[in-house]
Design a protein around this ligand. Structure first.
Ligand SMILES: Nc1ncnc2c1ncn2[C@@H]1O[C@H](COP(=O)(O)OP(=O)(O)O)[C@@H](O)[C@H]1O
Ligand SMILES: [Mg+2]
Length: 318
């Protein structure tokens, strides 16, 4: 057996180094001596504007102007001078930790409510003369809600740990939306909500079909749950002159107060809890997460009694 060649070892090291930088949880870049970005972590590409591999790093990022306190580690490789530059903001990680612990507390709280109801139902079922079949049915619904919450929390954490949203190629939009709405036909009919699709068949987006489906499903499900009988939900797709593509869920139902609009995308936010007794409050947070990771933006419009419109705008497909 011959020794592994020097070149193989160098390749291994390079792959290892590359992976370490790319998968780092920090916003970190490797610069050459002309301040060109040789390599950037996914976090840096997604969260710091102006970071693009092969291009010069915007000078204000190095001088601390943007509130970024760069931590610079210079080194030499094969006689070339490079620098590893951490671009995280001061307190970034601390803020992240705080968010996480707040999230855990909120999840526990949200789980406690259906679990407490379930316990009461089971206790009642042991009493003589109770209609057990009704209680079992209610218990089933509580378990469904718990399952939904757990599924959504898991999906959110998958997204947060870098779950891939962006597709390698383009996804044709219409078939995905058709399928998503088709799956909800029966529920919509039961709720008295009409579902419609308005989308040209040649439009495409650089997002995974599964992620697009989650977006569509959440918007349609909300209309079915909240808009009220007699409402119409339209899932529309529009392309602007600049090439950006908006996926819009619009209904003419009960809507929310205008003041609530910006809060709808917050985790666990639900307007009027009594009326909306089911659901987790995570649906629109998930939508926002997906759209933001695909470098798009979300916006909600409408007012009480005038329906709700949720607009997800994606940059022009590349
Ligand atoms: N189409 C809609 N019409 C009226 N209210 C809505 C609509 N969509 C969402 N909402 C409100 O926004 C809240 C947050 O929605 P979402 O994040 O999907 O959570 P969930 O559906 O689990 O309650 C809902 O609880 C509801 O109060
Ligand atoms: Mg929802």
């Amino acid at each position: 057996m011959g020794k592994p060649s020097v070149r193989t070892v160098a390749m291994d090291d390079e792959i290892r180094g590359r992976t370490l930088v790319e998968e780092s949880r920090e916003a970190v870049v490797v610069l050459d001596d002309g301040d060109r970005v040789v390599l950037a972590s996914r976090r840096a590409r997604q969260t710091v504007e102006g970071v693009r591999e092969g291009e010069r790093l915007p000078p204000d990022l190095l001088s601390g102007v943007r509130g970024v306190v760069p931590h610079v580690v210079p080194y030499e490789i094969d006689g070339r001078r490079e620098r590893l530059v951490y671009l995280s903001r001061e307190g970034d990680l601390a803020a992240y930790e705080e968010l996480r612990s707040g999230f855990t507390a909120a999840v526990s709280h949200e789980l406690r409510t259906p679990l407490a109801r379930l316990l009461t139902l089971l206790e009642t079922a042991t009493l003589p003369g109770e209609d057990v079949s009704v209680l079992v049915e209610q218990a089933q619904r509580e378990v469904e809600q718990i399952t939904e919450l757990i599924d959504e929390v898991l999906f959110l954490s998958e997204l947060e740990s870098g779950g891939r949203v962006v597709a390698l190629g383009l996804t044709r939009i219409r078939p995905v939306l058709e399928e998503a709405l088709g799956e909800l036909d029966e529920r919509a009919a039961r709720a008295g909500v009409e579902l419609r699709l308005e989308c040209d068949s040649d439009l495409a987006l650089g997002i995974r079909p599964r992620m697009l489906r989650v977006v569509a499903r959440n918007l349609a499900e909300n209309a079915i749950r909240y808009a009220g009988p007699g409402a119409t939900f339209v899932l529309g797709v529009e392309q602007s002159a600049d090439g950006s593509i908006a996926v819009i869920g619009r209904d003419d139902g009960i809507g929310v107060e205008e003041a609530e609009l910006p809060r709808l995308f917050e985790r666990f936010y639900r307007s009027d809890r009594a009326r909306a007794s089911r659901g987790t409050g995570l649906g629109l947070a998930i939508v926002k997460h997906i759209v933001t990771q695909a470098e798009g933006t979300v916006e909600a419009r409408g007012s009480r009694g005038r329906g709700l419109e949720v607009r997800c705008t994606f940059p022009a497909p590349r």
